[in-house]
Design a protein around this ligand. Sequence first.
Ligand code: HEC
Ligand code: HEC
Length: 296
Amino acid sequence: MARNVEKDALSGVETTGHEWDGLKELNNPLPKWWLWVFYVCIAWSLVYYVLYPSWPLGTTYTKGILGWSMRQEIADSVAAAKKSQEKYLTAIAAKSVDEVQKDKDLLAFAMAGGRSVFNENCAACHGAGGQGAKGFPSLADDVWLWGGTTADIYKTIKNGIRADDPDTRGTVGVGMTAFGKDGILNRDQIDQVAEYVLSLTKRDTDKAKAEKGKTVFEENCVACHGDQGQGSVAAGIDVGAPPLNTAAWMFGGDKATIVETVTNGRAGVMPTWAKRLDDTTIKQLAVYVHNLGGGK
Ligand code: HEC
Ligand code: HEC
C-alpha cells in the first residue's frame, strides 16, 4: 500500500498523517532498548506458561511441566520443620529434665517450647512472666513451696498440688491450718504470732507481743514452717509451707493478711497436668520454669 509520506519541516521526521487543528503527529520509532525489553517479556511469559501453573481453565488450571504448587511448597516446609523438631523431642523424651537443662541445644529448644506452652496454660494463674498474683506463687523468684530443682518442678507440674491425682503433692483440702476458725489459737495469740512473723523480715513490731508470739510460733508453726520460719523446703519438710522470712509472699505479708491466713487457713490448688500435656511438654515446661527462677 502506498504511503502518503510527509516529513515534518522542522525536525525532518515522518508524520503519521494525523492532523488536529494544524498539529501533526511525528512518527518517531520506538527506542531500541524499550522494544528489546518488550520482546524479552513476551519470551519470558511463554517460558513461564510452559513451566509453571498459569491459565485458569474453569475449575482447574494449566499446571506447568515442573509440577510446582505453592500448597506443596508449604506442606514440604511444614514437614521439614516437624522433622527437625522430631529430633529434639525424641532426645528430650529419652532424657531427664536435668539432662535437658545441661544440653545447650535441648535447653534452647525447651525454653522456646516451654515459653509458648506456659503462655497458653499457666499465665492465666501465674502471670505472663510467672511473676504470680495473690494466691498464685511467683515462679520467677528463687522461693519455692515444693522445691526448685528441675526434678521438683517437673513433679509439681505433672501431678499438681492438692489435686485430683494419686501422686499429687500434699493432701486434697489440707494446707495451712485454720488456727482461729478451728479454735486452736485465740485472737490475742494470733495477733502476737503475726507480730512475730513481721519481725522475721526485720519490720517494726510491738516488741512485747512479738516476744509472746515467738512462743506461739514455736508451739504451733515450726512443724511446717521450720524453726527459723525458713519454709518447708529449707527445713526439709514436704508440706509446701512457704518461708516467712523473705520478701516473697503468696497471699500477702502485711499484718492484716497474716492474721487472715492464720485465722482461716489456706489450701491452694494447682491442677495436675499429666492428663492434659504429654511428658515431653511437661519436661520443657519444667526447664522453662526452672530458668525463670534463676536456673540454679
Ligand atoms: C488454676 C490456676 C493455676 C494454673 C492454670 C497453673 N497453676 Fe501452678 N500453681 C497454682 C497454685 C494455686 C499454686 C500454689 C499451690 C500451693 O498453694 O501450694 C501453684 C504452684 C505451682 C508451682 C509450685 C511453686 C512452688 O513454689 O513450689 C509450680 C512449679 C507451678 N505452679 C507451675 C505451673 C505451670 C508450669 C503451669 C502451667 C502448665 C501452672 N502452674 C498452671 C495455680 C495454677
Ligand atoms: C500443717 C502445716 C502448717 C502449720 C502448722 C502452719 N502453717 Fe502456715 N502455711 C502452711 C502452708 C501449707 C501454707 C501455704 C498454703 C497454700 O499454699 O495455700 C502456709 C502459709 C502461711 C502463710 C502465708 C504466707 C504467704 O506467702 O502469704 C503464713 C503467713 C503462715 N502460713 C503463717 C503460719 C503461722 C504463723 C503458723 C503458726 C501459727 C503457721 N503458719 C502454721 C502450713 C502450715
